[in-house]
Design a protein around this ligand. Sequence first.
Ligand code: UD1
Length: 428
Amino acid sequence: MDTIVIGGGNKLHGKVRISGAKNAAVAILPAALMSTGKISLSNLPDINDVRTLIAILENLGVAIRRRGRNAVELNPSRLRGYSPPYELVKKMRASYYLMGSLLARFGRAEVPIPGGCDLGPRPIDQHLKGFAALGVDIEIEHGLIKLAVAKMRGAHIYLDVVSVGATINLMLAAAAAEGRTVLENAAKEPEIVDVANFLNAMGASIKGAGTDVIRIDGVSQFGSAEHMVIPDRIEAGTYMMAAAATGGEIVVEDVIPKHLEAVTAKLREMGVTVDVEPERIWVKRTDHLLPSDIKTFPYPGFPTDLQPLSMALLTAAEGTSIITENVFDGRFRHVDELKRMGAQIKVEGRTAVVEGGQPLSAAPVAATDLRAGAALVVAGLMARGETVLSEAEHIDRGYEQFEEKLRGLGASIKRVRSRGGIMVRKPL
Ligand code: UD1
C-alpha cells in the first residue's frame, strides 16, 4: 500500500483547476453502453474509479479510444456481455449503475454486489424496488444480482429514501422502458442533472432532473452523443477547506459556484473570506476560525462527502463545533484517526462534538476511505511535524493528481510507493 507523507505548517497559496465530477463520470460511463452510436466524453477525471469503469466497459466489448488524460471516445455498438467481472466490480460502489444501463441495453444484467467506500451499511433496496416496479425479475445468488425482463414498462416509483444511486439507476433503466416513469422523492444532486443531460443527448426524454420529481418517457434506441462532465464540487470543496485550514489564500478554477453554496455559506460562518465569480471561487483566511454547526443533508444541503473534511477543519476553530451526519450511519471512521493527531472529538450516535483550538500534532494515520483520506491529508497540512498517511490508494479512487495539485499550492507532500511491502522513502 502507498503512503503519503505530509509536512505540516505551509499556508496554501495560488490557483488550482478542478477536474470533472467523479460522481457524474462514474454514472455517465455505464450509461454510455446504452448507446449503439459513438460517444465522446470530455472533462473525465483521471482517477482510479474512472479507470476501473473503462476496464469494465472494455471487458464487456466497448471499443475505447483515449484522447489525452481527460477525454475518451467509446463505441459500444458491439457490446456483447451483460455480466461484468467480479474482480473489477468489487473495487467500486458505482458499478451498480451497470444494472440500470445493461437492463436498458439488453433487458438483462448479472452484476456482483458492489464494493466501494465502507461508510457503514449501504443497502441498494431502493434500486431493486424500482427495477421491480419496471417489471424486472430479480434474483440474488452467490453474491450476484441477476436481473431479467422481456420488456420494461414505465411505472410510478416513490423512493423511500433520497438516494443518489437509486435515482440515477432508475433513470437509466426507465429511459428504455415502454411508456412514462415518474420518480418521486428523487435526489437532486447536480451529478443527476449531468447524467440526465447526457442521456437526453443520446436520445432519452427525461424532464425534471434536479427537482424531486423526474419524468422519463422511454425510448427504444440511443444514439451518438458528445458530453463534457461537470466540475467536481467535492474536489473544489476539499481545496477550499484545505486553504481555510492552513490560513492560506487560493482560487479554485473551473467550478460552478452554485453547486458549492452550502460549503461557501459554512466557510463564511467560520470567518473565512469567500468571493465568488462566475467560474471561480477565492478563499482566504486571515483571522481565527470560528466554530460552527454542520448538518449533512442531500443536495442542496451540506454534502456528506465533505463532512470528514469539515471535521478536520473545525479542529482548528476556537471553541465547540457540532457535526451531525444525517446521510450515512457510521460515517465517522476518520474520528479515531484525527484523535491520534490530538483532535478532541466525541461521537454520540450521529453527532460529533469537536473541541477545537489545540494544534494538531503529526502522527501515523490510515485512510479508512476516500474522503476520510483527504480529511487526514488536510489535518496533516495543519499539524506540527510530518504526518504519515497509509492506505493512500483510497484517495486515488476520487482525486485527480491530489499531491501534485496540493504541491502546486505550496504544500509539502509526497507519495511513497511501497515496493514488495517495503517503504521506499526520502526526506521531504
Ligand atoms: C452517492 C455518492 C457518494 C455520496 C452519496 C450521498 C456516487 C457514486 N456516490 O452514494 O459519494 O456520499 O451519494 O450524497 O455518486 N440508501 C438506502 N437504500 C438504497 C440506497 C440508499 O437505504 O437503496 C441509503 C444509504 O444507506 C444512505 C442514503 O440512502 O444512508 C443515501 O445514499 P445514496 O444517496 O444512495 O448514496 P450512494 O448513491 O451510495
